[in-house]
Design a protein around this ligand. Structure first.
Ligand code: GLN
Length: 481
């Protein structure tokens, strides 16, 4: 009897299900058993929906992902299942409806195992801001898995789920994918509906996926992409056949090597792995072209003005009146607001709300918020110019491999600098992914590929060609065999 189902990619699982080598019920049981055995060491799940999963797996499933178990980041609303955003504010929130991404995966036949841990309201790069405690990196439990989709990344890397959803506002899918040695996709802004995805910074937020390979990412995107009447920011752009497009060759493709990605505290050992990956692209027929994003340096300061500004506005809805945490026995309405928010939000969320309120305030709006919007436009121009010269951009996903739990907690700025290669992509609304490209002292490093708007098909194809001739994405952490 085979018991290595957790090492297979979605294609392998679907083939085994179709052949009858395993039933959806037995596959679900396999992953539930792995969660039971291993999640206490990782803290990757906030909620395990074992009974629900068994019930769904027992019924006949149909669709492109029929019978495949998945996990959802706990930022996606799930009807009848607690959705916390890893915050005390929403610790008891049970949404009455499914997010569109959740519903589409359900319609594709997937079986949900549970909801994964994350940074509170997706604010963080290390999964240490969760109200439910930090998640641990399966490659080294003393290290962070990255954030904010750290629970999803750790679960997939340790084989507790074959794939999982995530969200990426400034890097939260790509960075944890890099730290955990798996593949992660952030599609173009608007490619996926954000309906039912709890808002952090609405002009930057996008749903994404964490999985074992680019091929798996293509399967997940194929069943979820496309316009949604519930989300006016979802794009009517036609949805190509992503899995079919994976066959495209890299021959003659121009891959831009971004000069500025070499600067800003890049660990030379990560740089060497990225160079080796670029050499593989060259061997596959791609042409490497030097390009520059001269204003990349504006990305972190711009992001850390705009994201808090939007978060302060979005999180104003948690007032203790409509839903979410409510303070007990307040003396009056003001105290109800103040205490509900004071008790419900953690320190990082409060810091962001304060920064956001400040940069939007009457006296500082022009100096900070408006200036940041202008900087964002300049950054977008840099990317547009680059994409007039090349088909893809390549570089590291993060400056270093996973750091230690607690290491960057004293100074939020050093934590924010970890997003240096990822958050510019959100400011420009572009699709990007991270794939594993090697190890530094036993810890995985990620290669980031970035494409022009709605060019997910060639982006995934490039990553797939790379994974066809390398096996970094097949490496698994020894602690979770
Ligand atoms: N690390 C970034 C932040 O803290 C990005 C988070 C995200 O993408 N959700 O805001």
């Amino acid at each position: 009897m085979t018991s290595d189902w957790h090492t297979r990619d979605l294609g392998g699982l679907l083939e085994a299900l179709e052949r009858g080598a395993i039933t959806p019920a037995a596959l679900t049981e396999h992953f539930l058993e792995r969660i039971r055995a291993h999640d206490p060491a990782l803290n990757g799940f906030v909620t395990v929906t074992a009974e629900d999963a068994r019930r769904r797996a027992a019924r006949p499933r149909s669709g492109p992902l029929a019978g495949v178990p998945l996990a959802h980041k706990d930022i996606f609303c799930t009807a009848g299942v607690r959705t916390t955003c890893a915050s005390r504010m929403l610790a008891d929130f049970v949404p009455p409806y499914d997010a569109t991404v959740v519903r589409r995966l359900d319609e594709a036949g997937a079986v949900v195992l549970g909801k994964t841990n994350m940074d509170e309201f997706a604010m963080g790069s290390s999964n240490e801001t969760s109200a439910f405690g930090p998640v641990r990196n399966p490659w080294d439990p003393e290290r962070v898995p990255g954030g904010s989709s750290g629970g999803s990344a750790a679960a997939v890397a340790a084989g507790l789920a074959p794939a999982a959803t995530g969200t990426d506002t400034g890097g939260s899918v790509r960075q944890p994918a890099a730290f955990c040695g798996i593949s992660g996709l952030k599609p173009t802004y608007g490619r996926l509906s954000r309906y039912g995805m709890i808002a952090f910074a609405s002009s930057l937020d996008q749903a994404g996926f964490l999985a074992r390979s680019a091929e798996d990412l293509a399967r997940l995107l194929a069943v979820t992409a496309g316009a949604d009447p519930h989300d006016a920011t979802s794009s009517p752009e036609p949805v190509p056949d992503y899995p079919a497009a994976l066959a495209a060759s890299l021959h003659g493709r121009r891959v831009g090597v971004v000069k500025e990605f070499r600067e800003a505290g890049l660990d030379p050992r990560v740089a060497r792995l990225v160079d080796e990956a670029l050499a593989v692209f060259e061997k596959l027929g791609a042409r490497l072209v030097d390009v520059s994003l001269p204003r990349l340096g504006l990305a972190v300061p711009t992001y850390y003005i705009l994201a808090p500004a939007e978060c302060s506005s979005n999180l104003a809805r948690y007032d203790g009146v409509r839903y979410g945490h409510r303070a007990r026995e307040p003396r009056d309405l003001d105290e109800l607001y103040a205490r509900s928010r004071g008790e419900g939000f953690g320190p990082e969320v409060k810091r962001r709300i304060m920064i956001g309120t400040y940069v939007l305030s009457h006296g500082y709006y022009d100096a900070y918020y408006l200036k940041a919007e202008r900087a964002r436009a300049l950054l977008q121009q840099d990317f547009l110019r680059a994409f007039s010269e090349v088909d893809l951009l390549a570089g590291p996903t993060t400056p270093t491999v996973a750091f230690r739990i607690g290491e960057k907690n004293d100074d939020p700025l050093t934590m924010y600098l970890n997003d240096i290669y990822t958050n510019a992509v959100n400011l420009a609304g572009l699709p990007a992914l991270s794939v594993p490209c090697g190890f530094v002292d036993g810890l995985p490093a990620g290669l980031q590929l970035i494409a022009a708007p709605f060019a997910e098909a060639p982006l995934l194809a490039a990553a797939h060609r790379y994974q066809a001739v390398t096996d970094w994405h097949r490496a698994r952490p020894a602690r979770f065999p």
